[in-house]
Design a protein around this ligand. Structure first.
Ligand code: PMP
Length: 413
């Protein structure tokens, strides 16, 4: 068969060999160590029942759950569910077209208005996936001869976007304005457009970007700035508007805000927010944002809109989320656990466990004790920096938090 014919020095893989061939390359998959990982006991793809909340039923057992992004506890809120159900009743289950050609629903424009207002920028565009929002936006903005300057800990969706873009990608030491300054002094002049890409709260570490300082450096070197607010919108700031509200920056101090609807907004999809010109360009020309890709479905838009309203009407949820995380972080530190760079007031607490095997063992032992958390191992993080990641929500009780910390500390002892 043609797929086994030698191509120069390279033998072309058969379809059966393909996964191993792909994984043995430089691919960014935590299965690169071998598919064997999934044959051994592991905490991945666990089937669960019910809403992904502070508790969840896994394999028939009710577990305390620290493995979901349902930060404000709204994914199972009856008001959010009713809004989604009503949208399905009115608009059906699919938008059934890309907005550019098939038209849009009022739900799309309404959510965009709210997002633009939260950022105090001209406009916003909602999209079908958080991951693809980053990938598509970066692919659209940057090309050959351009430079993406990324914090060293940015999410894979950002790295993927720079690959799609075909631009150069350089990283600077995590959250360090001096390192950004040094990189830009050395390299900025060799490139056309340069975009500094940051996150509001870092998803593996739970620390907050030094945004004002980093923006200042970027501006001095004539770079654009993009901030991913996946873990900071609906978390930071008095009204949940994110890191600009938290730091006192204006929404217009950043060129492009990006966020996801799958976390605090209890839905699915992504968004971009920024100037009228940039948003118009995204809407008219960016493949995968709102052309060549179907519009996000009615139920998801209505759910996010309802969650947004509840966040504004019940700011106590934001405070409770941040207090819960601060309580967990404080307790973990007091118990002698290594919480890395984590800061109070974010939605997650990492506990650094070390190598892959240790991380896996402790994660499974916690499951056995009715505590569900996430095991993050190489290459998502460095081999020695494997960690358990506890996502906190406004719904966790002090007792659940204490129990999880005490159990982890016992297993780490
Ligand atoms: N950006 C960051 C920082 C993330 O952590 C994630 C997912 N956890 C995404 C983007 C992608 O968002 P989504 O899962 O909603 O596609």
């Amino acid at each position: 068969p043609t797929n086994q014919v030698a191509a120069g020095e390279r033998r072309v893989a058969t379809i059966e060999e393909l996964p191993q061939v792909v994984l043995s390359g430089e691919r960014d998959s935590f299965l690169a160590a071998g598919l064997a990982l999934l044959d051994a006991p592991n905490p991945y793809y666990l089937p669960h029942n019910g809403v992904n909340g502070a508790e969840v039923e896994i394999l028939g057992r009710t577990m305390v759950n620290f493995a979901g992004y349902n930060y404000l506890g709204l994914a199972g809120d009856p008001r959010v569910q009713a809004a989604a159900a009503e949208a399905i009743g009115t608009f059906g289950t699919s938008a059934s077209a890309a907005r550019l050609i098939g038209g849009e629903l009022p739900l799309h424009a309404q959510l965009e208005e709210r997002l633009a207002a939260a950022y105090q920028v001209d406009d916003a565009v909602v999209t079908g996936s958080g991951f693809l929002t980053n990938a598509a936006a970066l692919a659209f903005l940057l090309g050959e001869g351009d430079l993406a300057v990324c914090d060293s800990l940015v999410h894979n969706s950002i790295v993927s976007g720079t690959r799609w873009a075909g631009c150069r990608r350089m990283s600077f030491q995590h959250n360090d304005p001096d390192a950004l300054e040094a990189l830009l002094s050395r390299s900025r002049r060799h490139f056309g457009t340069a975009l500094v890409v940051l996150e509001g709260v870092y998803s593996m570490d739970g620390d907050v970007a030094a945004l004002p300082e980093l923006v200042e450096v970027a501006r001095r070197h004539e770079c654009f700035v993009m901030v991913d607010e996946a873990h900071s919108f609906g978390v930071l700031g008095e009204t949940g508007a994110g890191i600009h509200e938290h730091t006192g920056l204006a929404g217009t101090d950043v060129d492009l805000w990006m966020g996801t609807l799958s976390k605090s907004m209890a839905s699915y999809g992504g968004y971009l927010a920024g100037s009228r010109e940039l948003m118009a360009a995204m809407k008219m020309s960016a493949a995968g944002i709102s052309l060549y890709a179907a519009a996000p479905p009615p139920a998801q838009m209505a759910a996010a809109g309802a969650a947004f309203d509840i966040m504004l009407a019940e700011p106590g949820r934001l405070k409770q989320l941040r207090d819960n995380q601060a309580q967990m972080l404080g307790a973990a530190r007091a118990a002698g656990l290594d919480t890395g760079l984590a800061q109070p007031g974010t939605p997650l607490v990492p506990v650094i466990t070390g190598g892959t095997e240790t991380t896996m063992r402790i994660c499974l032992a916690l499951l056995d004790q009715g505590i569900h958390t996430t095991a993050i191992v190489h290459p998502a993080v460095a081999e020695t920096e494997g960690r358990l990641r506890f996502f906190v929500t406004s719904e966790h009780t002090p007792e659940q938090i204490r129990r999880a910390v005490a159990a982890t500390a016992r297993l780490m002892a």
